[in-house]
Write a protein that binds this ligand. Structure first.
Ligand code: KG4
Length: 336
């Protein structure tokens, strides 16, 4: 079965073709226009999606070496995401599905991140067995998900305020680093002392996360030190980055470890933009190696937004007989 996936939930326009989970192409056009603003500007994102979507989809079909008449269904990100951006991908998908007279499958962007582990290079690519536990960490979400099957996921815990990626990006912003700051913190942290500064860690029940206290405590440290030394950030940026990253990783692993122990599940996965972080990847690997747990750590290309994961998630829904109506509107927040 050949599925065209289309992703436009935030600031990446992407199209991919999969044949029964085997990746034939994955084209991503990132939007540089937001860099000057220190964050994604929704209206500019929608306009860039409109400019990119036709060339990106054409290129994905070309690189896959197929003809558009061979596509069996179109899977598109219906939400969550930026409303204007989602509208571009949703409307385009509907138009193309009508023109080709093929079914449409709506995909929850977060399910896409989880199912990114089923994108195969060939028949021999290993994939997680069910059930597995997934730590989904991105710019907008931090969740621990019990994945019973491709179409059955239970959220065990999630952030009650900021997401892990937001903690990286907002703290990076006060340090004067470019947006998104996560990758810059990652790089700086490699040179720094992770035990130099202590920042607030949350104390919440269950498997939920919170990162807003960390953000405040990071900001207060910078403010207090800045009063004594205006060059404080510049002189200590590597230690600040390493200490911040360590606090985020400890917080993530604390609850994830608790969920792994409580469920007794021996296969785990991580996904979402923050799973590209080298410290997170090393911590997860070390945790699992010590306990004989099988860890799926995605290739960096599949950690951030991409249509390959949407195509694969759509493939599983389509197999399950789930398609969506041509009138289905995008959802900014509601999870489908
Ligand atoms: O999954 P994603 O592309 O977008 C959402 O759907 O939210 O994730 C983007 C997030 C940003 O917060 C970015 O700073 C973070 O992932 N990120 C990283 C790294 N690479 C991307 N955070 C820490 N270390 C990285 N290497």
């Amino acid at each position: 079965m050949i599925i065209l996936g289309i992703e436009s939930s935030c600031d990446d326009t992407s199209a991919a073709i999969v044949k029964d989970c085997i990746l034939l192409s994955n084209v991503i056009a990132s939007q540089k226009v937001h860099e000057a603003y220190g964050g994604v500007v929704p209206e500019l994102a929608s306009r860039a999606h409109q400019q990119n979507i036709v060339p990106v989809v054409s290129e994905a079909i070309r690189q896959a070496g197929i003809d558009k008449s061979e596509i069996d269904a179109i899977a598109f990100t219906r939400g969550p995401g930026l409303p204007g951006s989602l509208h571009v991908g949703t409307s385009f998908s509907k138009g193309l599905a009508l023109a080709l007279n093929i079914p449409l499958v709506d995909v929850n962007h977060l399910h896409g991140h989880v199912l990114a582990h089923f994108i195969k290079e060939d028949e021999n690519t290993p994939v997680p067995d069910f059930p597995f536990l997934c730590l989904l960490i991105s710019g907008g979400n931090s969740q621990i998900i019990k994945v019973n099957s491709p179409n059955d996921m239970e959220i065990m815990g999630q952030t009650i305020d900021d997401a892990a990626g937001e903690a990286f990006d907002k703290c990076a912003k006060v340090m004067g680093l470019p947006y998104p700051g996560g990758p810059f913190i990652d790089k700086l942290a490699q040179e720094g002392n992770p035990n130099r500064f202590k920042f607030a860690k949350p104390h919440i029940e269950g498997y939920n996360y919170s990162f807003s206290g960390l953000k405040t405590s990071f900001l207060y440290t910078l403010r207090d030190e800045f009063k004594l030394n205006p060059n404080f950030i510049e002189e200590n940026k590597a230690d600040l980055a390493a200490s911040l990253q360590k606090t985020i990783i400890d917080t993530l692993m604390d609850k994830f470890g608790k969920a792994i122990k409580a469920t007794g599940i021996k296969t785990i996965a991580i996904g979402g933009g923050v799973s590209a972080n080298s410290g997170v990847r090393a911590a997860v690997k070390q945790y699992c190696d010590r306990r004989g747990i099988r860890a799926f750590i995605p290739k960096r290309t599949f950690t951030t937004d991409n249509a390959a994961m949407i195509a694969v998630a759509g493939y599983f829904k389509f197999l399950n007989g789930e398609t969506c109506d041509i009138t289905a509107p995008p959802f900014a927040r509601v999870v489908i």
